[in-house]
Design a protein around this ligand. Structure first.
Ligand SMILES: Nc1ncnc2c1ncn2[C@@H]1O[C@H](COP(=O)(O)OP(=O)(O)OP(=O)(O)O)[C@@H](O)[C@H]1O
Ligand SMILES: [Mg+2]
Length: 334
């Protein structure tokens, strides 16, 4: 399959007592497949082909979810998508008894004889994980560590023994043999993020974790360009600026999302990266100014002129490694 996707079509609910919808990943024209994306995809596919679950771990905005869909698309199986949720219990993944179904037959054929027959059946409702295991879907469990660790316990036996242990008395046999085509791709944000739980070692031990960082600037430039249609050279300056700001701070912000946002707004208003253009100056400050202030440390807070100075330096092929001190001296000067 060529450039596969980040979006998917939702198909009709599949029959049975299930709350699951099935996604069929489709190639997106804006998906960017550079050597960096290709390399990580190939590695993930190798692990999946050997039956291992893949875990894409990394900070926000590094393309994990998009990559998970792209990898899943290569497997050419229906995709079941679950988003981690702190409110989840195991039944939200696996399913639950949804009450009883009672049927009665009343036979009153002969007037004087009344025969009634009652039948009680447990009404079992599968949830997404069970449906994926049963039908051999590719499971994408996005941000799985937003669910409490105990909610994810069912995954232990699924990944290790290929068995899904269903709750007793659930109108089922107690176990479900996992379909041989079932594959699982997990994504997660670092544990220090708000609303993220620590994952039990036993679960991490059953998957191959690929640490996903920010892409190289050429890939980010192509992504920003594909998503905005702003000229490549402008996208290049913007992603390089983002990369510099990351280097000055935590290494995580700004993400490719901020770059895409600025590029899209500029393209939408038919503007370019131009430090003399008031619209560009304000928009760039809105998107990146807060981060520049965060990373500037003590001393006078930098303003929009300092941001523009960084951009001018990038446009003139300035020294990237010294941009921090350049920003600082600009901040001090203003
Ligand atoms: N290969 C790619 N081609 C095109 N766009 C991409 C690609 N990778 C990432 N993007 C875009 O970059 C942005 C961030 O990607 P994504 O949402 O996948 O990141 P994430 O790591 O899942 O972030 P979060 O941790 O916040 O959920 C999105 O707008 C996405 O469309
Ligand atoms: Mg994501």
């Amino acid at each position: 399959m060529a450039t596969a996707q980040a979006h998917a079509l939702i198909e009709a609910l599949p029959q049975r007592e299930s709350t699951t919808s099935v996604l069929l990943p489709q190639a997106s024209p804006t998906f960017v497949l550079t050597p960096a994306v290709h390399a990580v995809t190939e590695r993930a596919l190798a692990y999946l082909d050997c039956g291992y679950a893949v875990h894409l771990a990394g900070p926000a905005g590094t393309g994990k979810t998009t990559l998970a869909f792209h990898i899943a698309a290569q497997l050419a199986r229906p995709v079941t998508l679950i988003h981690g949720n702190d409110e989840f219990g195991s039944s939200d993944l696996v399913g639950k008894d949804a009450g009883y179904r009672k049927s009665s037959v009343v036979d009153n054929y002969i007037r004087s004889v009344l025969k009634t027959e009652e039948n009680m059946q447990v009404h079992w409702q599968s949830n997404r994980l069970t449906t994926a295991c049963e039908h051999g879907h590719t499971l994408i469990y996005d941000e799985f560590n937003r669910s409490k660790p105990e909610a994810n316990n069912a995954l232990l036996s699924i990944l290790e023994e290929g068995l899904l242990n269903l709750p007793k008395g659930g109108g089922n046999d107690g176990y479900l043999q996992v379909h041989p085509s079932f594959r699982a791709i997990f994504t997660s944000n670092p544990e220090e993020y708000a609303g993220v739980h620590k994952t039990q070692d036993a679960l991490l031990d059953r998957m191959v974790t690929i640490d996903v960082g920010h892409y190289d600037t050429a890939t980010e430039r192509d992504i920003a360009h594909a998503k905005s249609h702003l000229p490549l050279e402008d996208c290049s300056v913007i992603v390089e600026l983002a990369s510099l700001l990351r280097g000055m701070g935590s290494g995580h912000r700004p993400t490719i999302r901020s770059c895409i946002a600025l590029c899209r707004v500029l393209a939408h208003r038919a503007r370019r990266v131009d430090v003399k253009d008031a619209f560009f100056r304000d928009a760039a400050w809105d998107v990146f100014g807060g981060i520049l202030r965060d990373v500037s440390g003590k001393g006078p807070k930098p303003g929009v002129d300092d941001l523009m100075a960084l951009i001018s330096e990038l446009q003139s092929g300035g020294r990237k490694g010294h941009i921090h001190s350049a920003a600082h001296s600009q901040a001090t000067a203003s």
